[in-house]
Each structure stands twice: as C-alpha cells, then as structure tokens.
Design a protein around this ligand. Structure first.
Ligand code: NAD
Length: 541
C-alpha cells in the first residue's frame, strides 16, 4: 500500500557522448556494430511476453549494403494481431490498476539500461538498420529515447498533481484513468527514439498497446523491446506485430475496444487511418484519441541582414544530416540576392567536403537513404530537375544504388518559387533554393507561408530585430517549431517540444505533458462530507 507522495528523480537530458577517436565509447560501439553486422538474428513477433514465430519471414539488410543480410523478421497473420489485441485487453485488468510509481520505476529503469549496458547495442543497431552515423544514432537511439523516458515520468507526475479546488464540505479529486480499451502505436523508420516513445508513453500512463514498427526499423526495434522486457514491462502490456500494415490496421481499427492511435509517419497514411477510424466510429465503445505527427516541407529564410556563413551552415547541417530524412530537415530555402553568391560558395564548399559511405567509417558525414523506394523517388526528382528549364542543380545530383542506396547531397536552384521540390516532401538529401530580391522580404514571407501544405519546422536568420519580429509574426502558422538564427532541426526533449500543424500533424508535441494528456481520461470524484437531507432550498421560503 502506497502511503506517501513520492518525488520522482528530476529529469535531466542525457549528455551526448563525442565518439572522438580514441574514446572508449567509440571502441565499444564499433565492436557492437561488427558483431551485429556479422551475425544473423531472427526477430519474432512479441505477444503476451512470448516470442511468436510465424515462419513467414523477410530479410533485414543495412541500407548502405543492401545485399548483406543481418537476419530475418516474422510477419503477422490476422490471427496474431487478434491475439495481440485480446492479450492486451487481458493485461489491462492488472496494468491499469498498477500504482503509478511502479510504472515509473519500469520506464526509469529502461532509461538507465539504455544509458548504460544497452547504449552501444542500440546505437549500433540504429547505425545498421537506419544507416545513421554514430552521432545521429547517439542523439536519437540513446539520448532522445532516454530523455523521453525520463521526462515522461516527470510529466506524468505533473499531470497527476493537477487537481481542482475543494471547499471545506466537499473534496474534489481528479484521477487520470488510462483509456478504456487498447491503444495502437504506429512508428516510422527514421527515429529509434520515436519508435520507443510512442508505445512506452501510452503504457506509462496505464494503457495497453499493440505496436507496429516500420519494416525498415525492425532491427533496432528489437533492441527497444529487449530493453522494455529487461526493465520489467509485464506480459501483454506492449505487444509487437510486424507485417502488412493494411491488414494490421484493418484488424485493429475495426475492433470495438480500440481507444487510441499514436502515429508518426507520412501525412497520406495518417489521413487514411483517420478516415478509417471515422468510418468505424459507430462500432467503438469510446471515441478514440487520434494523435499523428506527420510530414514537413521545412524552410529556412534568410534576411538581407543575415550572416552568409551562418546561413550556409544552417543549410548544410539542416538539410543533409541523416540524409535529409528528419521530418524537420530543411528542404526549401529563401535567400536574398545580396547574400546569394557567398551562401552558394559556402554551401558548395561544405557539400564537396562531405564524405559519403558506410556509418562504420566514422569519417563519413553522409550515409545511405533508407530503401530502394526512397532512392528511386529521389533519383526521379533529381533527373526532373536536370531536365526542367526553371531548375538547375548547383551541387550534387549523382546517385548510385549498386552497393547501398547512396544519393549525393543535392542543391537545386529554382527560379520558380512554386517549383515542385519547393512544395513536395521528398525526405532525402535534397534542398531547393529560391533567390529573392533582397527588398522583397515581406512578400517572400507571404509566399513562403502559402507555398506548402505543411507547417512543421522553419528557421529565420537575420541580425535585424525588426526582420526577426516580422518573420515571427508573418509565419505564425507556418511551423510548429520555429527557430531564430539556427537550423530547423535538432529538437531536444524537455527543451523544444516537437510537432507541427496544418498537414504536419495534430501538434500534440512529443516530449511534453500535452502529449501524455491525450492518453488519459480524467475522472472527477466529488466527496460531500455532510450530505443534505432536505430537498428544499432557502429561497423556497
Ligand atoms: P510511412 O508513412 O511510410 O510509415 C510510417 C508507419 O506507417 C510505418 O510503420 C508503416 O509501416 C506504416 N504504414 C504504412 N502504410 C500503412 C497503412 N496503409 N496503414 C497503416 N500503417 C501504414 O513513413 P516513414 O517513411 O516510415 O517515415 C517518414 C515520414 O514520417 C515522413 O513523412 C516524415 O516527415 C514523417 N515523420 C514525422 C515526424 C514528426 O514528428 N512530425 C517524425 C518522424 C517522421
């Protein structure tokens, strides 16, 4: 029986390790990389705490070496998804009654396991599965996931502490119940941290989950599940299924006990899932919560007062780290003509200095894009830009998929501010730049705001404070995360809660209490101490 109000550890961001030559962490991660790269693993489904092999398997290969296999994973049939749902609902009976400090203990332990004994493994798995450099793996799979786990525990207790006023004769209390039913987490390939956060934050709040990771992230999702298991997540609380997303979603979204979707991925898929939930609305026992963080067409705008070298660095880092496969990656830029010559030269110099190849070679800044579908799509847009009169490639433009899915970091210069790659999310190492007349800043802000359906991240670079203020106001609805004199990527949990509006998502801010609030259903309890015994009010005389 809990008989105290416990304080949780104050959440602090996990320090990012350097992996500099000669450091012990570099040695450890390279050792783990080699071992994992040269072994074969078999990844089963995970249902009710049991490994479930279906025999129907698919190969896992690193994007930077796609003929090499690191193992296989099993694909679910409908019956497995149904089993995951019924198992979750059974587990809910105990899990939803588990005291919060016990749930907190599990996920705080998961954070420490990743910070310590699992760090090299989860980073190496992310380097292999998603072709991340060690720095990109460290800030994602280790640090961001640790931060999510720690900060969510703190936010959970902040939420529970939020209580209504009471009077001397009536005590009002709010409890934050988990959703009635089961929840569904659907995660993207690009962040191991998001894959870990979406199911775990719902489970932390007392929910039970069926989690469907991306096919391109199974290898690192397996390490996340190993961590959750070792941390003590009870059987049936988080169940993992892989396979045909349409069949899995159809099975889950048609279930009467479905109570919430926590999605991160592309806009089209999210809208389709939302539509499906709408079509099933009469079958559900409750109104399902729908949270989706989706695509972006993230921008950089420089004012004529900006520093050209700073603008170029924001482009080089913002557009090309992780091959432009961050939802926040800069993919369109508006540069004033007074700065353009300098910005162009600096960016070309940067891009020409990037090394590209396997993440195992830590001198590489650029690695491969995630899969052949993505490679082919990017190659098509690059070829189109080479052919179009209103576009010109000023650096990059090469691609080669003989060994891995390598696309050269590419800068397209366009004379058409509505050129297709100024509007469409490509999700790769390609940025399109439009050079505007330096005195047409206000018009360009308006143009920027009207150019894309998305509103995820964006940045303004300027030294003139009036120009900063003007952009901040004019672009109020153009980005959910707006950066001043910085690149538009690199949000840190607890510091820059992340999410966008318009077609970029429901903006429930991953890594914040706002997000966790979506996974609870408050119950008000009013207790009256002296209960009335006469219905007549004084005014009745
Ligand atoms: P994706 O939409 O292809 O896949 C996301 C998930 O949806 C995967 O698990 C996939 O298997 C699943 N899925 C695919 N088709 C489905 C269907 N018909 N029914 C149900 N599920 C289905 O996205 P991706 O390529 O993995 O990730 C890249 C996208 O995610 C980009 O658009 C990017 O902007 C976005 N993203 C957004 C954020 C954010 O916070 N806003 C963060 C990361 C990624």
């Amino acid at each position: 029986m809990a008989n105290a109000f416990f304080n949780v550890p104050i959440a602090v961001n996990e320090p990012v390790k350097s992996y500099a030559p000669g450091s012990s962490e570099r040695e450890e991660v390279l050792k783990a990389y080699k071992e994992m790269f040269n072994s074969q693993i078999d990844v089963p489904l995970y249902i009710n705490g049991q490994d479930v092999s279906t025999g129907n398997t698919r190969t896992m290969s690193p994007p930077h070496d796609h003929k090499h296999s690191v193992g296989t994973y099993h694909l679910a049939e409908k019956k497995h998804v149904e089993e995951a749902i019924s198992t979750a609902l059974e587990a809910r009976k105990s899990w939803s009654q588990m005291p919060w400090e016990q749930r907190a203990g599990i996920f705080l332990k998961a954070a420490e396991l990743i910070a310590g004994p699992y760090r090299a493994r989860i980073n190496a798995a992310t380097m292999i599965a998603q072709s991340k450099t060690i720095h990109q793996a460290e800030i994602d799979a280790a640090c961001e996931l640790i931060d999510f786990l720690r900060f969510n525990v703190q936010y959970m207790t902040d939420i529970y502490a939020e209580q209504p006023e009471s009077t001397s004769d009536a005590w009002n209390r709010v409890e934050y119940r988990p959703l009635e039913g089961f929840t569904y987490a659907v995660t993207p390939f690009n962040f191991t941290a998001i894959a870990g956060n979406l199911p775990s934050c719902m489970a932390l709040m007392g929910n039970v989950v069926v989690w469907k990771p991306s096919d391109s992230q199974v290898f690192s999702a397996k390490v996340v599940m190993d961590v959750f298991k070792e941390a003590g997540v009870p059987d049936g609380v988080i169940n993992v299924v892989f396979g045909d997303p349409v069949m899995i979603s159809d099975t889950i979204l048609s279930h009467p006990d479905f109570s919430g979707l926590h999605f991160t991925g592309s806009t089209f898929i999210f809208k389709e899932l939302w539509k499906q939930i709408g079509n099933n609305i009469h079958n559900y026992k409750t109104y399902p919560r729908i949270v989706g963080e989706t695509g972006g067409k993230d921008f950089i705008i420089a004012h004529k007062s900006a520093n050209a070298k700073q603008v170029a660095t924001a482009i080089s880092r913002g557009a090309f780290e992780l091959q432009g496969q961050k939802c926040s990656a800069a993919s369109r830029a508006y540069i004033p003509d007074n700065l353009w010559e300098d910005v162009k030269n600096y960016v070309i110099e940067d891009v020409n200095s990037f090394k590209m190849g396997s993440p195992e070679d830590m001198g590489n800044f650029i690695t491969a894009v995630i899969h052949e579908g993505s490679f082919d799509k990017l190659a098509k847009y690059i070829d189109q830009a080479k052919a179009d009169d209103d576009a010109e490639i000023i650096v990059g433009g090469g691609y080669d998929k003989s060994k891995g899915y390598f696309i050269e970091p590419t800068v397209i210069l366009t004379t058409n501010p509505k050129y297709t790659t100024m509007c469409t999310e490509l999700f790769g190492p390609v940025i399109t730049i439009y050079v505007y007349e330096a005195d047409k800043y206000s018009e360009t802000l308006q143009l920027l705001d009207e150019t894309s359906e998305y509103a995820l991240t964006g940045a303004v670079l300027a030294t003139d404070r009036y120009a900063i203020n003007e952009a901040t106001r004019a672009l109020e609805n153009s980005a959910g995360n707006f950066y001043i004199n910085d690149k538009p990527t690199g949000a840190v949990v607890g510091q820059q809660p992340f999410g966008g509006a318009r077609a970029s998502g429901t903006n429930d801010k991953a890594g914040s209490a706002q997000n966790l609030l979506r996974w609870v259903s408050p119950r008000l309890i009013k207790e009256t101490f002296v209960t009335p015994t006469d219905y007549r009010y004084p005014f009745l005389g």
